[in-house]
Design a protein around this ligand. Sequence first.
Ligand SMILES: NC(=O)c1ccc[n+]([C@@H]2O[C@H](COP(=O)([O-])OP(=O)(O)OC[C@H]3O[C@@H](n4cnc5c(N)ncnc54)[C@H](O)[C@@H]3O)[C@@H](O)[C@H]2O)c1
Length: 260
Amino acid sequence: MPKLAAKTCLITGAARGIGLAIATRFIEEGAEVILTDLDEVAGANAARELGARFIQLDVSQESDWRRLAEQVPALDVLVNNAGITGLESGTTPQDPEHATLEAWHAVHRVNLDGTFFGCRYAIGAMKAKGTGSIINLSSRSALVGIPGAAAYASSKAAIRNHSKTVALYCAQQGWAIRCNSIHPGAILTPMWEAMLGDGPGREARLAALTAQTPLKRFGTPAEVAAVALLLASDEAAYMTGAELNLDGGLLAGSAVSPGE
Ligand SMILES: NC(=O)c1ccc[n+]([C@@H]2O[C@H](COP(=O)([O-])OP(=O)(O)OC[C@H]3O[C@@H](n4cnc5c(N)ncnc54)[C@H](O)[C@@H]3O)[C@@H](O)[C@H]2O)c1
Protein backbone atom coordinates (compact mmCIF):
# COMPACT_ATOMS: atom_id res chain seq x y z
CA MET A 1 0.00 0.00 0.00
CA PRO A 2 1.65 3.31 -1.04
CA LYS A 3 2.21 5.54 2.01
CA LEU A 4 0.97 8.80 0.44
CA ALA A 5 -1.95 7.60 -1.68
CA ALA A 6 -4.52 10.35 -2.33
CA LYS A 7 -2.37 13.02 -0.67
CA THR A 8 -1.62 16.34 -2.36
CA CYS A 9 1.93 17.40 -1.49
CA LEU A 10 3.66 20.66 -2.38
CA ILE A 11 7.43 21.07 -2.19
CA THR A 12 9.36 24.34 -2.44
CA GLY A 13 12.81 24.52 -4.05
CA ALA A 14 12.05 21.21 -5.77
CA ALA A 15 13.98 21.75 -9.01
CA ARG A 16 17.07 19.96 -7.71
CA GLY A 17 18.85 18.56 -4.66
CA ILE A 18 16.89 17.55 -1.58
CA GLY A 19 13.60 19.02 -2.83
CA LEU A 20 13.78 17.00 -6.05
CA ALA A 21 14.59 13.80 -4.12
CA ILE A 22 11.58 14.39 -1.85
CA ALA A 23 9.33 14.98 -4.86
CA THR A 24 10.59 11.78 -6.49
CA ARG A 25 10.04 9.68 -3.35
CA PHE A 26 6.60 11.12 -2.66
CA ILE A 27 5.50 10.29 -6.22
CA GLU A 28 6.78 6.72 -5.77
CA GLU A 29 4.54 6.51 -2.71
CA GLY A 30 1.43 7.51 -4.63
CA ALA A 31 1.22 11.24 -3.84
CA GLU A 32 0.00 13.91 -6.19
CA VAL A 33 3.04 16.18 -6.08
CA ILE A 34 3.31 19.84 -7.03
CA LEU A 35 6.89 20.96 -7.52
CA THR A 36 7.63 24.66 -7.02
CA ASP A 37 10.86 26.61 -7.41
CA LEU A 38 12.24 30.05 -8.16
CA ASP A 39 14.01 28.57 -11.20
CA GLU A 40 11.22 28.17 -13.73
CA VAL A 41 13.23 26.32 -16.41
CA ALA A 42 14.85 23.72 -14.11
CA GLY A 43 11.63 23.30 -12.12
CA ALA A 44 9.46 22.78 -15.20
CA ASN A 45 11.98 20.30 -16.64
CA ALA A 46 12.14 18.31 -13.39
CA ALA A 47 8.35 18.22 -13.13
CA ARG A 48 8.01 17.08 -16.75
CA GLU A 49 10.42 14.21 -16.14
CA LEU A 50 8.45 13.13 -13.09
CA GLY A 51 5.07 13.62 -14.77
CA ALA A 52 4.13 16.14 -12.06
CA ARG A 53 2.77 19.68 -11.96
CA PHE A 54 5.08 22.71 -11.61
CA ILE A 55 4.27 26.18 -10.29
CA GLN A 56 6.87 28.94 -10.21
CA LEU A 57 7.18 30.27 -6.64
CA ASP A 58 9.70 32.58 -5.02
CA VAL A 59 9.25 31.69 -1.35
CA SER A 60 10.38 35.15 -0.21
CA GLN A 61 7.54 36.91 -2.08
CA GLU A 62 4.21 37.21 -0.28
CA SER A 63 2.43 37.91 -3.60
CA ASP A 64 3.65 34.54 -4.96
CA TRP A 65 2.16 32.74 -1.94
CA ARG A 66 -1.16 34.58 -2.40
CA ARG A 67 -1.26 33.47 -6.03
CA LEU A 68 -0.40 29.90 -4.97
CA ALA A 69 -3.23 29.87 -2.41
CA GLU A 70 -5.68 30.59 -5.23
CA GLN A 71 -4.18 27.90 -7.47
CA VAL A 72 -3.85 25.24 -4.74
CA PRO A 73 -6.47 25.98 -2.07
CA ALA A 74 -6.30 22.55 -0.37
CA LEU A 75 -3.25 20.58 0.63
CA ASP A 76 -2.21 17.55 2.72
CA VAL A 77 1.58 18.03 2.94
CA LEU A 78 3.85 21.06 2.54
CA VAL A 79 7.63 20.73 2.52
CA ASN A 80 9.32 24.10 3.12
CA ASN A 81 12.61 23.09 1.52
CA ALA A 82 13.84 26.12 -0.48
CA GLY A 83 16.89 27.67 1.13
CA ILE A 84 20.12 29.53 0.43
CA THR A 85 23.39 29.84 2.35
CA GLY A 86 24.31 33.33 1.14
CA LEU A 87 27.64 31.88 -0.03
CA GLU A 88 26.37 31.13 -3.55
CA SER A 89 28.16 34.06 -5.21
CA GLY A 90 31.39 33.25 -3.40
CA THR A 91 32.01 36.96 -2.79
CA THR A 92 29.56 38.04 -0.07
CA PRO A 93 31.04 37.88 3.44
CA GLN A 94 28.71 36.01 5.78
CA ASP A 95 30.73 36.14 9.01
CA PRO A 96 29.37 38.18 11.95
CA GLU A 97 32.04 40.88 11.60
CA HIS A 98 31.84 41.65 7.87
CA ALA A 99 28.33 40.64 6.72
CA THR A 100 26.26 43.60 5.54
CA LEU A 101 22.73 44.11 6.79
CA GLU A 102 21.53 43.55 3.22
CA ALA A 103 23.34 40.18 3.03
CA TRP A 104 21.93 39.21 6.45
CA HIS A 105 18.39 40.12 5.38
CA ALA A 106 18.70 38.42 1.98
CA VAL A 107 19.30 35.02 3.60
CA HIS A 108 16.57 35.50 6.20
CA ARG A 109 14.11 36.61 3.51
CA VAL A 110 14.41 33.29 1.68
CA ASN A 111 14.96 30.86 4.55
CA LEU A 112 12.92 32.35 7.39
CA ASP A 113 10.32 34.58 5.71
CA GLY A 114 9.85 31.82 3.12
CA THR A 115 9.13 29.27 5.84
CA PHE A 116 6.84 31.69 7.71
CA PHE A 117 4.82 32.33 4.53
CA GLY A 118 4.77 28.60 3.78
CA CYS A 119 3.46 27.64 7.22
CA ARG A 120 0.82 30.37 7.08
CA TYR A 121 -0.33 29.24 3.65
CA ALA A 122 -0.35 25.56 4.68
CA ILE A 123 -2.49 26.19 7.77
CA GLY A 124 -5.04 27.93 5.55
CA ALA A 125 -4.95 25.11 3.01
CA MET A 126 -5.22 22.31 5.60
CA LYS A 127 -7.62 23.58 8.23
CA ALA A 128 -10.87 22.80 6.39
CA LYS A 129 -9.94 19.11 6.51
CA GLY A 130 -8.28 19.56 9.90
CA THR A 131 -5.33 17.31 9.09
CA GLY A 132 -1.97 17.73 7.40
CA SER A 133 1.79 17.69 7.72
CA ILE A 134 4.15 20.64 7.45
CA ILE A 135 7.81 19.69 7.10
CA ASN A 136 10.44 22.39 7.49
CA LEU A 137 14.01 21.90 6.26
CA SER A 138 16.13 23.36 9.00
CA SER A 139 19.74 22.25 9.41
CA ARG A 140 22.37 21.05 11.83
CA SER A 141 23.38 24.73 11.65
CA ALA A 142 20.27 25.54 13.71
CA LEU A 143 21.89 23.88 16.72
CA VAL A 144 25.49 25.08 16.51
CA GLY A 145 27.17 28.33 15.52
CA ILE A 146 28.67 28.66 12.02
CA PRO A 147 31.38 31.37 11.94
CA GLY A 148 31.34 31.74 8.13
CA ALA A 149 27.56 31.58 7.64
CA ALA A 150 25.97 33.66 10.39
CA ALA A 151 22.68 34.47 8.68
CA TYR A 152 22.23 30.88 7.50
CA ALA A 153 22.69 29.52 11.02
CA SER A 154 20.44 32.21 12.53
CA SER A 155 17.67 31.62 9.97
CA LYS A 156 17.79 27.84 10.47
CA ALA A 157 17.64 28.23 14.25
CA ALA A 158 14.55 30.42 13.85
CA ILE A 159 12.96 27.82 11.55
CA ARG A 160 13.50 25.19 14.27
CA ASN A 161 11.69 27.36 16.80
CA HIS A 162 8.90 28.44 14.46
CA SER A 163 8.16 24.80 13.62
CA LYS A 164 7.39 24.17 17.29
CA THR A 165 5.19 27.29 17.51
CA VAL A 166 3.21 26.18 14.46
CA ALA A 167 2.87 22.66 15.91
CA LEU A 168 1.51 24.01 19.22
CA TYR A 169 -0.78 26.55 17.55
CA CYS A 170 -2.39 23.93 15.32
CA ALA A 171 -2.85 21.50 18.22
CA GLN A 172 -4.39 24.32 20.28
CA GLN A 173 -6.96 24.92 17.51
CA GLY A 174 -7.93 21.25 17.68
CA TRP A 175 -6.45 20.41 14.26
CA ALA A 176 -4.33 17.36 13.50
CA ILE A 177 -2.04 19.57 11.45
CA ARG A 178 1.47 18.50 12.42
CA CYS A 179 4.66 20.52 11.99
CA ASN A 180 8.15 19.09 12.36
CA SER A 181 11.69 20.07 11.35
CA ILE A 182 14.48 18.07 9.73
CA HIS A 183 18.10 18.93 10.57
CA PRO A 184 20.49 17.55 7.96
CA GLY A 185 24.24 17.68 8.27
CA ALA A 186 26.23 17.69 5.02
CA ILE A 187 24.11 16.27 2.19
CA LEU A 188 25.70 15.99 -1.23
CA THR A 189 23.61 18.26 -3.48
CA PRO A 190 24.37 20.94 -6.11
CA MET A 191 24.62 23.39 -3.18
CA TRP A 192 28.12 21.98 -2.51
CA GLU A 193 29.38 21.68 -6.08
CA ALA A 194 31.05 25.09 -6.35
CA MET A 195 33.06 24.30 -3.22
CA LEU A 196 34.01 20.75 -4.26
CA GLY A 197 34.88 21.31 -7.92
CA ASP A 198 36.03 18.57 -10.30
CA GLY A 199 39.38 16.98 -10.86
CA PRO A 200 41.88 15.12 -8.68
CA GLY A 201 41.31 17.22 -5.54
CA ARG A 202 37.60 16.42 -5.33
CA GLU A 203 37.91 13.18 -3.35
CA ALA A 204 40.30 14.84 -0.86
CA ARG A 205 37.91 17.77 -0.41
CA LEU A 206 34.97 15.38 0.12
CA ALA A 207 36.99 13.52 2.78
CA ALA A 208 38.09 16.76 4.48
CA LEU A 209 34.54 18.07 4.68
CA THR A 210 33.33 14.89 6.38
CA ALA A 211 36.40 14.18 8.54
CA GLN A 212 34.53 15.20 11.71
CA THR A 213 31.40 13.22 10.81
CA PRO A 214 31.31 9.87 12.66
CA LEU A 215 29.97 8.06 9.56
CA LYS A 216 32.76 9.69 7.47
CA ARG A 217 30.64 10.52 4.43
CA PHE A 218 28.08 12.94 3.07
CA GLY A 219 24.43 12.03 3.36
CA THR A 220 22.37 11.61 0.21
CA PRO A 221 19.23 13.52 -0.83
CA ALA A 222 17.39 10.17 -0.87
CA GLU A 223 18.23 9.68 2.81
CA VAL A 224 16.62 13.04 3.62
CA ALA A 225 13.63 12.11 1.46
CA ALA A 226 13.13 8.93 3.51
CA VAL A 227 12.77 10.99 6.70
CA ALA A 228 10.46 13.47 4.96
CA LEU A 229 8.33 10.52 3.83
CA LEU A 230 7.96 9.32 7.42
CA LEU A 231 6.87 12.79 8.58
CA ALA A 232 4.46 13.16 5.65
CA SER A 233 2.78 9.79 6.17
CA ASP A 234 0.00 8.97 8.61
CA GLU A 235 2.41 6.60 10.37
CA ALA A 236 3.86 9.69 12.08
CA ALA A 237 0.42 10.85 13.26
CA TYR A 238 1.63 11.36 16.85
CA MET A 239 4.73 13.35 15.87
CA THR A 240 4.46 17.10 16.03
CA GLY A 241 6.87 19.79 17.17
CA ALA A 242 9.70 17.28 16.79
CA GLU A 243 13.16 17.84 15.35
CA LEU A 244 14.94 15.05 13.53
CA ASN A 245 18.72 15.17 13.17
CA LEU A 246 20.12 13.49 10.08
CA ASP A 247 23.83 14.11 10.25
CA GLY A 248 25.86 10.89 10.31
CA GLY A 249 26.22 11.22 14.09
CA LEU A 250 27.78 14.69 14.09
CA LEU A 251 25.57 16.16 16.81
CA ALA A 252 25.79 13.07 18.99
CA GLY A 253 29.09 14.12 20.53
CA SER A 254 31.93 16.57 20.25
CA ALA A 255 35.19 16.45 18.30
CA VAL A 256 37.10 16.19 21.58
CA SER A 257 35.42 13.44 23.60
CA PRO A 258 36.35 12.91 27.25
CA GLY A 259 38.72 9.96 27.58
CA GLU A 260 40.33 10.38 24.14
N1 LIG B 1 22.77 20.14 1.25
C1 LIG B 1 23.04 20.20 2.55
O1 LIG B 1 24.14 19.82 3.01
C2 LIG B 1 22.01 20.75 3.52
C3 LIG B 1 22.26 20.61 4.89
C4 LIG B 1 21.33 21.12 5.80
C5 LIG B 1 20.18 21.72 5.35
N2 LIG B 1 19.96 21.84 4.00
C6 LIG B 1 18.73 22.53 3.58
O2 LIG B 1 17.98 21.72 2.68
C7 LIG B 1 17.29 22.56 1.74
C8 LIG B 1 17.63 22.11 0.32
O3 LIG B 1 19.04 22.18 0.14
P1 LIG B 1 19.79 21.65 -1.17
O4 LIG B 1 21.13 21.22 -0.73
O5 LIG B 1 18.92 20.71 -1.91
O6 LIG B 1 19.96 23.03 -1.98
P2 LIG B 1 20.15 23.31 -3.53
O7 LIG B 1 20.88 24.62 -3.59
O8 LIG B 1 20.73 22.14 -4.24
O9 LIG B 1 18.65 23.51 -4.04
C9 LIG B 1 17.86 24.57 -3.55
C10 LIG B 1 16.70 24.84 -4.47
O10 LIG B 1 15.99 25.96 -3.92
C11 LIG B 1 15.69 26.87 -4.96
N3 LIG B 1 15.54 28.23 -4.42
C12 LIG B 1 16.50 29.09 -4.02
N4 LIG B 1 15.97 30.25 -3.64
C13 LIG B 1 14.63 30.12 -3.79
C14 LIG B 1 13.52 30.99 -3.57
N5 LIG B 1 13.68 32.25 -3.14
N6 LIG B 1 12.28 30.51 -3.81
C15 LIG B 1 12.11 29.25 -4.27
N7 LIG B 1 13.10 28.40 -4.54
C16 LIG B 1 14.35 28.84 -4.28
C17 LIG B 1 16.85 26.74 -5.95
O11 LIG B 1 16.49 27.22 -7.23
C18 LIG B 1 17.14 25.25 -5.89
O12 LIG B 1 16.39 24.54 -6.85
C19 LIG B 1 17.73 24.00 2.06
O13 LIG B 1 16.78 24.61 2.90
C20 LIG B 1 19.05 23.80 2.80
O14 LIG B 1 19.34 24.87 3.65
C21 LIG B 1 20.85 21.37 3.07
